[in-house]
Ligand binder design. Structure first.
Ligand code: N7H
Length: 499
C-alpha cells in the first residue's frame, strides 16, 4: 500500500481542525466491533493522502481569494482518525499484559511473541506511568483518566475534526451510529440505535481553536514548529532550521525506529493525549507581578511581554527571541523557525530553559532525540471580564490544551520530554556559564516537580554577565490526566486488528 494511503492523516500531515471531538471508547463486543471497524476504515478514516488533498484545497482557495480580493471560502471535509490504548488491543486479543504467562505457554507465545507491540509505557498507560513515578497528582486528574476498581476506563479514541461546528456534530453522529446502530438500520434518516452496542462512549472531550486565530490560551501563536520528516515533507529547511528527521522517529518500523516492532505496526505511531489545564489570569498576574524582577526584561519597552517571551522562547506573536530578543515588530519573523541557538554556550538571546529550547534543543544537541509531532487543540472558553478583574480562574470555567502528540516510542518521546528535559533543572546540560546549583531551570510551561526537586525557578540572561538572574516560578499548567495510544495504519486495521 502506498504510504500516504496507509498512514492516518492526523499523524501526518495533520487534520485541518477548528473543532475537534475526542470520543473515548470502551469495547463491549470485540467480534462485532471488528466487523464494524472493517467497513468504518474505508467509509470514515481520513488518510494522510486525503488530509494532504484537504490542505491543498485550503491553499488553493486562499490563493484564489487573494487573487480576486474576496474572503476565502474554505470548508474542508471533516476528518476522522482512530487509536487504541493497550487495553483496547487486549480486548481485541492483540495485546497481553501477562508476559510471564506468554513465556511459559507455547500457544500464547505463538500469538503474542511475534505480534506484541513493544514499549512498556504503552502497556502501562499514562496513569500507571506518571502517577506511579510521582509526577501526576491523582487528586488533580479527571475521573475518566483514573482507573476504577483497578480497571482502566478507556480502550481507545475516535477523533473527529471539522472547520464548522455543524459539520462536526453531523460527523460525530455518523461515527457513533456506525458502531451503535441496530444491525441493518442503515438509512441515517430513520436509524435505530442498538440497546446493546459493541462500543460505548463513556467520555467525550471537545477542543476548539480560539477566536484569536492561531493563539493558545496564554496568547502565544502556536503550531509553528514541527519536525520535517524525511521522505514525506518535501520543503527544504532554511539554513538554521532543524534538518528533516528520520521517519522512524515518528513512524514504527521506519529508518530511525529501533523498537523492533511487529510487521503489522508499520506506518503506525504512538499517540499521547493529555489534558493540560491552563490558569490564564494567574499567568498574567505573575507576569505583571514579576516583570521588574527579570533584569533584562526590565530594560525592555514592554517588560511584561519580554518576560513572557523569555519563558516561551518566542514572543506572543511567534517571533523567536533567538532571532530578535529586543522586540516583536518584524513581520518577517512572526512565524520564523530559522534559528539554532548558536552560540550554544550562551543564552543572551534565548534562555536555556525557555519552553521551545527545552522541547527542541536544536544546536544544543548534536543528534535528533525526543522528537514529536504535535497536534493539540485548545479547549474551554475565553477568560471573562470577572476573571480578569479577580486575576483568578473561575473553577467552573476550565480552559487549557488537549495536548496531542505522535512518536515512535513514548519513552523516548513525550515521556522523555516531560520527565528528563522539561522537569529537569539541569537540562540543557553542560552549560558552563551556569555556575548556580539549579542550572538553566525548569520549563515554565510544562515542567513538573517531584517532592525532592528544588522549587520551580528559571535562569534568565541578565544582559550584562555571562551568568544569569534567577526568578522563581508559579504553576499555571495543571496536568488533568490522559492516555497512551497506538494509531495503527489502514492496512493494520483492515487485516490484522480486525482478523
Ligand atoms: Fe509546547 N503554548 O502554546 O504556549 N509550545 N506547549 N509542549 N512545544 C510550543 O513552535 C504550549 C507542551 C513542544 O520545535 C510553542 O509551535 C502550551 C508539552 C515542542 O521549536 C508554544 C502547553 C510538550 C515545541 C507552546 C505546551 C510540548 C513546542 C511555540 C501546555 C511535550 C516545538 C510555537 C499547556 C511534552 C519546539 C511552535 C520547536 C512549542 C505552548 C505543552 C512540546 C506557544 C501552552 C506537554 C516540541
Amino acid at each position: 500500500v502506498a504510504r500516504k494511503a496507509n498512514i492516518q492523516g492526523d499523524v501526518w500531515p495533520g487534520l485541518p481542525k477548528r473543532f475537534q471531538t475526542f470520543l473515548f471508547f470502551k469495547i463491549r463486543k470485540p467480534d462485532e466491533f471488528k466487523t464494524r471497524l472493517r467497513s468504518f476504515v474505508d467509509e470514515h478514516i481520513t488518510t494522510a493522502q486525503e488530509a494532504c488533498d484537504m490542505k491543498n484545497q485550503i491553499l488553493e482557495a486562499k490563493t484564489q481569494a487573494q487573487k480576486h480580493g474576496v474572503p476565502a471560502k474554505i470548508l474542508p471535509l471533516p476528518g476522522v482518525n482512530i487509536a487504541f490504548a493497550s487495553t483496547g488491543l487486549a480486548a481485541l486479543g492483540k495485546f497481553t499484559f501477562n508476559e510471564a504467562a506468554v513465556k511459559k505457554d507455547r500457544n500464547l507465545s505463538k500469538i503474542f511473541k511475534k505480534n506484541q507491540l513493544r514499549g512498556g509505557l504503552f502497556g502501562k498507560g499514562m496513569y500507571d506511568d506518571l502517577v506511579g513515578e510521582g509526577w501526576d497528582e491523582p487528586k488533580e486528574l479527571r475521573s475518566q483518566f483514573k482507573p476504577s476498581a483497578g480497571k482502566r476506563l478507556i480502550d481507545g479514541v475516535l477523533m473527529v475534526t471539522a472547520s464548522r461546528a455543524e459539520d462536526l456534530r453531523y460527523k460525530v453522529l455518523r461515527v457513533k451510529e456506525h458502531f451503535q446502530k441496530e444491525e441493518g438500520s442503515d438509512d441515517p434518516d430513520t436509524v435505530r440505535m442498538s440497546n446493546d452496542p459493541c462500543l460505548e462512549f463513556p467520555f467525550t472531550s471537545h477542543g476548539k481553536t480560539r477566536p484569536e486565530k492561531g493563539k493558545e490560551h496564554f496568547g502565544f501563536e502556536d503550531g509553528i514548529s514541527q519536525p520535517l520528516i524525511e521522505g514525506l515533507d518535501e520543503v527544504a529547511p532554511k539554513d538554521k532550521e532543524p534538518k528533516a528527521v528520520k521517519p522512524g522517529l515518528i513512524f514504527a518500523r521506519h529508518e530511525g525506529d529501533d523498537m523492533n516492532q511487529p510487521d503489522w505496526a508499520e506506518d503506525g505511531s504512538f499517540l499521547v493525549i493529555r489534558d493540560l489545564q491552563q490558569l490564564v489570569p494567574e499567568f498574567e498576574k505573575w507576569l505583571e507581578d514579576n516583570k521588574h524582577n527579570a533584569p533584562f526584561a526590565a530594560d525592555s519597552d514592554d517588560p511584561k511581554e519580554k518576560l513572557a517571551a523569555y519563558l516561551m522562547g518566542r514572543w506572543r506573536n511567534g517571533t523567536p527571541v533567538d532571532e530578535n530578543p529586543h522586540h516583536d515588530k518584524d513581520p518577517n519573523l512572526f512565524r520564523s523557525n530559522n534559528f539554532d541557538f548558536h552560540p550554544v554556550d550562551k543564552h543572551e538571546r534565548c534562555p536555556f530553559a525557555a519552553h521551545i529550547r527545552k522541547m527542541r534543543p536544536r544546536g544544543d544537541l548534536n543528534h535528533d532525540h525526543a522528537v514529536i509531532i504535535r497536534r493539540g487543540i485548545s479547549y474551554g472558553d475565553e477568560v471573562t471580564p470577572e476573571e480578569k478583574a479577580a486575576q483568578k480562574s473561575d473553577e467552573t470555567k476550565e480552559r487549557g490544551l488537549m495536548f496531542v502528540c505522535y512518536q515512535s516510542d513514548i519513552r523516548n518521546g513525550f515521556n522523555f520530554l516531560t520527565t528528563r528535559w522539561a522537569s529537569n533543572h539541569h537540562f540543557p546540560d553542560r552549560k558552563a556559564n551556569f555556575v548556580g546549583e539549579h542550572g538553566p531551570g525548569i520549563d515554565a510551561i510544562v515542567g513538573q516537580r517531584l517532592a525532592h526537586h528544588p522549587e520551580r525557578s528559571i535562569g534568565l540572561p541578565d544582559g550584562k554577565h555571562p551568568t544569569e538572574a534567577r526568578i522563581g516560578l508559579d504553576r499555571w499548567v495543571i496536568p488533568r490526566g490522559g492516555e497512551y495510544f497506538f494509531t495503527p495504519s489502514i492496512k493494520a486495521m483492515k487485516e490484522y486488528l480486525t482478523g
